[in-house]
Design a binder for this molecule. Structure first.
Ligand SMILES: [Zn+2]
Length: 906
């Protein structure tokens, strides 16, 4: 109906750009954005949050002065605490959570109008250096089972606490008898909204970590030697107490008996046929010494197997290092002959299925990991992704779109069944896919994602993306991945809100209840999820639904405008002990149209708005802080309504102010990225560009300020001002423009997006660009082709790839070797700076990104150009002197904004 696709795609070529005031404020805010998000300016961000808290103190002081009543003071202190001065990063630093809306739309209708769903990105086991770990069991509400938390109301005299979720009155048990106002247990401290419990008894049940290596042998000798050396390094790094097993596969599957003295011994299975559990145990001679139990499930030492039998295939790393290394040394390329017009016979699916069944029999319920090293496509057995005939290409996005990929659905179905088996057993599947061609990541995705496995995609087993990533998996110390296992994630919330589902690495436990929405997104219809594998970066995206129908009246509001949720994560900490992490959050419902509440949140929205108006008047409005403050405070004291309306004569929508103040545009775009990827995968005929454009136009007409039909009057609060740019870049990203990549690559990018936190996901959506030159220190540059200059070095971080790009002059000097000459020390330093910064990025990231070092006009420069805003293209007049042009028909950001403003004000 908007015809927006029309407007936003190819039909619109770049025209001469007229810089409107709104464009200036847009690009200004986007500069600010890059500025705070570039790594080298981290200190700036810290300064800024310090400023925020100073500001908070002032507001708090003013508020207390204005509202002396006890009730208000209580309300205020609580809100301020929760809000961390509306700085979303601070909230994340406390609880590991970012929400798109930090003030919730009050009704179902209002939530629908907000377009971006009420949602949260939560990092369940984000490390907090000061998190309290309580050595006792948590207290639970006897009705809803939620856990005692700082938001519970405590009656010290009667020794009773009231559950904020269901309002049940609960008696404290006798060992809480000494509780008083100033003798609180840690779980009631207001700052401990995130806390962990570790019961001392749990340690005995801990099982050592288990690693089952599943290794492809249908690879050329060179790759084989890369893989062998990477694996033997990995084995060196394994924790001594961990149990290790090895399966190799090609046309056949070999299960290696590592515990068989010094002579390598293996059991061989045909790759073309799936093997049942009984067949597997029978063939592996599991019942030679101890007869097979006549009934019941065979599951580990407790049920049916002797530990000696298990130890034939799973050995402590310290005992089997020699055996494992000698098997690896002897390991040959698959001997099955391959015709020149044929692909190798590779039975990936059968090998993984055997690995899963073996682990299911030996160590069910432990946090075992299958680590698959795959060097090519599966062509044999139930999960083949392509025929052996080389003349038949591997499926592309076009084939999947046209439903002409004959192997795809069968293979996905196979891996879906495998994922259910693994989730049931509590085991993880990690995938290391290293080949120039596709190997079937798209088909395997379901099994990796539902079990919370790691995935690494590289061109070769010799590439640093693979080698360094594998090393990181086993690395211990500060930069370890914090691999944990056996996770269960549960959620409680106040009534009037339901959970549609989670997009992220987890599997539904099908715990249905009143909390579950009928609309399902991702893993839904449940309030509990299994996370077989999780690590300190794993981040879930929860999508909620507001079910409250009517606008609450004033009396109802005073008691229930505060909203709570509680996230519970049980997991096996890498110390081996079971822990329970509890995060309890409070957010506020929006007050409702017309009603104005004096809350800190509101005052902030006011300051934001004042800020916007200053921006309109002057490009540097944001810098005029003192003016901004005085205006903000004046507005607060005098009654903002008349004040603001007279300042610029723009009609304000008061019901929007709270929502605007609570909008986290970074979290919002990350949620939209996960949603659009999810919809592209499951909805046939889904048009992602149209969906994103419609959403953005709705958001802008709902939350922008403008006079009807006047595009030049359009403005957005700073809370929203970068959102259009994010959506612009999301539309151009690998998540939406899938046809530039293979299905394997798309699956890979999406799996990483679906497990990362907001900050990292933003880099994937909108890469960061830093410029280095003699004229100034490293500074953030606009993600635009105009950033290219002959005398500059650019550092682009697009998450999966880090690019160092030398301008033409810099490249010339470097080729002439100036940096080796003592009089050109400064040049040597200039060359080194981006390398150091790139190294710092690479060191922290998993999977390790690919590093591209290139020169202007070189072929590798495409890695940079593809990510830049095409403000100058081959058919535009706006050439930048000394710069580059981009060969594209893509619309530039300026044109995009221009249309957006026009459509939003209609
Ligand atoms: Zn309760």
């Amino acid at each position: 109906m908007w015809g927006c696709r029309y407007y936003f795609t190819k039909l619109w070529r770049v025209h001469v750009i007229i810089l409107t005031s709104i464009y200036i404020s847009f690009s200004y805010s986007n500069f600010i954005y890059d500025f705070y998000h570039s790594k080298t300016k981290k200190e700036k961000r810290i300064e800024r949050s310090a400023e925020f808290s100073k500001e908070g103190d002032r507001v708090e002081a003013g508020a207390v002065e204005l509202y002396r009543e006890e009730s208000y003071r209580q309300y205020f202190s609580r809100t301020l605490e929760n809000w961390g001065m509306a700085e979303f990063m601070d909230l994340e630093a406390q609880d590991g959570v970012r929400m798109a809306w930090n003030v919730l739309p009050g009704t179902k209708q209002e939530a629908n109008n907000c377009v971006v769903p009420v949602s949260a990105i939560y990092t369940p086991i984000k490390p907090f250096p000061t998190i309290p770990v309580l050595p006792y069991a948590p207290l639970r509400c006897r009705t809803c089972r939620s856990i005692l938390n700082p938001f519970s109301i405590v009656d010290f005299a009667a020794k009773i606490w009231i559950c904020p979720f269901c309002f049940q009155r609960n008696h404290f048990p006798p060992h809480y008898a000494s509780i008083t106002d100033d003798n609180l247990p840690a779980e009631l401290f207001p700052q401990y909204t995130t806390i962990e419990y570790e019961s001392p008894g749990d340690k005995s049940s801990s099982v050592p970590p288990v690693f089952m290596f599943v290794v492809d042998t249908c690879i050329i000798e060179e790759e084989m030697s890369f893989l062998k050396s990477a694996l033997s390094q990995a084995i060196d790094l394994l924790p001594d107490n961990s149990l290790v097993g090895l399966i190799t596969f090609g046309s056949l599957v070999h299960v290696h008996e590592l515990g068989f003295g010094h002579i390598p011994k293996s059991y061989v299975f045909k790759g073309s046929k799936d093997v049942s559990k009984d067949q597997l145990l029978e063939q592996l001679n599991f019942f030679l010494k101890k007869p097979k139990p006549s009934a019941g499930v065979i599951a580990g030492v407790r049920d049916g197997l002797s530990s000696e039998t298990i130890a034939r295939f799973l050995l402590p790393a310290s005992d089997c290092e020699f055996a494992l290394n000698s098997v690896l040394e002897e390991l040959q390329k698959d001997p099955w002959p391959v015709q020149p017009d044929q692909r190798a016979t590779r039975c990936t699916g059968t090998a993984l299925s055997i690995a899963a069944t073996l682990l299911g029999a030996c160590v069910p319920g432990s946090g075992a990991r299958i680590m698959a090293f795959v060097g090519g496509p599966s062509t044999e057995g139930p999960a083949a992704i392509v025929s052996k005939n080389l003349s038949e290409p591997i499926r592309s996005h076009k084939d999947l779109d046209k439903d002409s990929a004959p192997y795809y659905h069968k293979a996905v179905k196979f891996y879906d069944a495998l994922s259910k088996q693994l989730v049931h057993q509590g085991h993880v599947l990690d995938l290391f896919a290293c080949a120039l061609d596709q190997v079937g990541v798209a088909e395997l995705k379901v099994a990796v994602e539902k079990t919370g496995g790691l995935v690494v995609l590289a061109e070769s087993f010799g590439h640093s993306v693979f080698k360094d990533s594998l090393r990181r998996v086993f690395h211990s110390g500060d930069s370890d991945l914090g691999l944990s296992s056996n996770g269960i994630f549960e959620i409680n919330c106040s009534k009037d809100i339901k959970v549609q589902g989670i997009i992220g690495p987890c599997a539904s436990l099908e715990k249905k209840g009143p909390l579950c929405s009928d609309t399902v997104v991702g893993q839904g219809s449940t309030s509990a999820w299994k996370m077989c594998g999780l690590d300190k970066a794993t981040s879930l995206c929860l999508i909620f639904e507001i079910v409250k129908k009517d606008i609450p009246d004033a009396t109802a509001q005073s008691t229930s405008n505060q909203f709570y949720f509680q996230f519970l994560t049980y997991y096996q900490h890498n110390s081996g002990q079971m822990r329970l992490r509890v995060t309890t959050l409070s957010r506020r419902w929006v007050a409702g149209p017309g009603s104005i509440q004096a809350s800190s949140v509101f005052l902030f929205s006011l300051i934001d708005l004042v800020d916007t108006y200053l921006c309109l008047g002057c490009v540097h409005g944001r810098k005029r802080k003192s003016e901004r403050e005085s205006l903000g405070i004046t507005a607060r004291v005098l009654g903002f309504e008349s004040k603001l309306q007279t300042v610029h004569g723009i009609v304000l929508r008061h019901d929007n102010l709270d929502l605007i103040a609570g909008f986290d545009q970074e979290a919002a775009v990350v949620v939209m990225a996960r949603l659009v990827s999810f919809k592209m995968e499951i909805e046939a005929e889904f048009d992602p560009i149209r969906w994103l454009d419609k959403a953005l136009i709705h958001v802008c007409s709902r939350f922008g300020d403008f006079q009807k039909d006047s595009p030049s009057s359009f403005s957005l609060s700073p809370r929203f001002s970068i959102f259009p740019q994010f959506i612009f870049n999301l539309r151009r990203s690998q998540f939406v423009q899938v046809f530039n990549n293979s299905p394997d690559e798309t699956a890979y990018f999406r799996m990483i997006l679906n497990r990362e936190n907001v900050t990292n996901s933003i880099v994937m959506i909108q890469p960061s660009l830093i410029s280095y030159s003699f004229h100034s220190g490293p500074e953030p540059a606009l993600l635009d082709v105009a950033a290219i200059a002959a005398d500059r070095i650019l550092l682009l971080d697009s998450y999966f790839t880090v690019v160092i790009f030398h301008g033409a002059t810099i490249a010339q000097w470097r080729k002439a070797g100036y940096h080796h000459q003592p009089e050109h020390q400064a040049f040597a330093q200039l060359l080194r700076a981006p390398r150091d910064d790139a190294d710092a990025i690479i060191k922290e990231r998993f999977p390790v990104p690919r590093l591209v070092i290139c020169d202007q006009h070189g072929s590798q420069a495409r890695f940079l150009l593809a990510k830049l805003n095409p403000s100058a293209t081959y058919n535009s007049d706006a050439r930048v002197p000394g710069g580059d042009i981009i060969f594209t028909d893509d619309v530039s950001f300026e044109v995009f904004l221009d249309h957006l403003q026009r459509l939003a004000v209609q």
